[in-house]
Design a protein around this ligand. Structure first.
Ligand code: UDP
Length: 327
């Protein structure tokens, strides 16, 4: 396996790169560093480049004899996507179409694609299976669904073999605590809570306590980033073994409300933080919980971290060791 990882300097990308290195002949990270951190990857195999730079992409593929791609490079914030859809359509849709073009021209037809639970929107029943209706409630989810549909069409017409992985809520950090979540600005729940626990923020805002859930706050399925990373290794191996194109959910199958996550983090850190109730965030469905039975049955995926506190503990170690992130 000689793999190009776009967005490999990002949060999920860098954790996946670390696992791919153990399984692959070659791993080349291609990242424009608009969000990622070069410190998160080994410089020997790093190329700073943009998805829209077709020439550099093609050269990188050729020079390294690449035969598959794992594509993380994308914008991924629900709130931001509602305020700036243009950036999301350009980067996530046009950028990915550009990558597909270069791949096909270069004779590379294996692709693992980062998709999201946001493709489902407000689910009719939980846990959500891959067959559930897809009605995204935010622009981010729509851009990912558009690309899933495009890949299905390319698969039929141009021989692309892809696996799309629909992540639920990625969290945690490698237990070595030298790579982890570091976004600027940070918008994700668990890092924000942990920054408050470190005294770097005054409080945590709870976006809505009037949802139709037990405590009124949104319920999500939190999955450890290394368990996500492991799924990419399995997906690639399946494609190399001739598996046809497919789509899989990746979650733990249990839901936690925003309030429950805050309580769990307070228990792990031994800190108590101020909570302010704020208005709902545009585009947020009330409940997202995965059924991941399909990837367990077909690819033998088994998440290692199933307890929310043990997941938060790994994130806490990263934040304590690196209070300023990678800087
Ligand atoms: N959330 C919150 N306060 C925050 C950030 C997030 O209440 O400061 C909520 C958010 O509305 C969602 C959940 O926490 O219900 C997880 O949000 P996050 O941004 O971490 O991930 P997403 O679900 O957008 O992928």
């Amino acid at each position: 396996m000689r793999i190009l990882v776009t967005g490999g300097a990002g949060y999920i990308g860098s954790h996946t790169v670390r696992m791919l290195e153990k399984a692959a002949e070659k791993v080349v990270v291609y990242d424009n560093l608009s969000k990622g951190h070069q410190q998160a990857v080994n410089a020997n195999y790093f190329v700073q480049g943009d998805l829209f730079d077709s020439q550099l992409l093609a050269e990188t593929i050729k020079k390294n004899n690449i035969d598959s791609v794992v594509h993380f490079a994308a914008f991924s914030l629900v709130g931001e996507s509602m305020q700036n859809p243009r950036a999301y359509y350009q980067n996530n849709v046009q950028g990915t179409l550009n990558l597909l073009e270069v791949m096909l021209e270069s004779g590379v037809n294996k692709l693992v694609f980062s998709s999201t639970a946001a493709v489902y929107g407000e689910p009719e029943c939980v846990p959500i299976t891959e067959a559930a209706a897809k009605n995204p409630t935010n622009v981010y989810g729509r851009t990912k669904l558009i690309m899933e549909n495009a890949m299905a069409d390319y698969s039929l017409a141009h021989g692309l073999n892809y696996i799309a992985l629909r992540y639920f809520n990625a969290c945690g950090a490698d237990p070595q605590a030298d790579i982890g979540e570091d976004h600027h600005p940070e918008t994700h729940l668990i890092p924000l809570i942990l920054q408050a626990c470190l005294g770097k923020r005054e409080s945590i805002k709870i976006f809505g306590d009037d949802y139709p859930t037990q405590d009124g706050t949104c319920i999500r399925d939190y999955i450890h980033v290394n368990d996500l990373a492991q799924a990419h290794v399995l997906a690639l191996q399946a494609l190399y073994n001739g598996k046809s194109s497919s789509v899989y959910n990746l979650g733990n199958g249990s839901g936690f409300s925003v309030k429950q996550v805050i309580e769990a983090a307070e228990a792990v850190t031994g800190q108590s933080i101020r909570k302010d109730i704020a208005s709902r965030r545009a585009g947020d469905p009330a409940v997202l919980v995965a059924s991941s039975e399909k990837i367990k049955a077909e690819l033998g995926w088994k998440p290692e971290y199933q307890d929310i506190k043990s997941i938060i503990k790994t994130a806490w170690q990263w934040h304590q060791n690196n209070p300023e992130g990678f800087n």
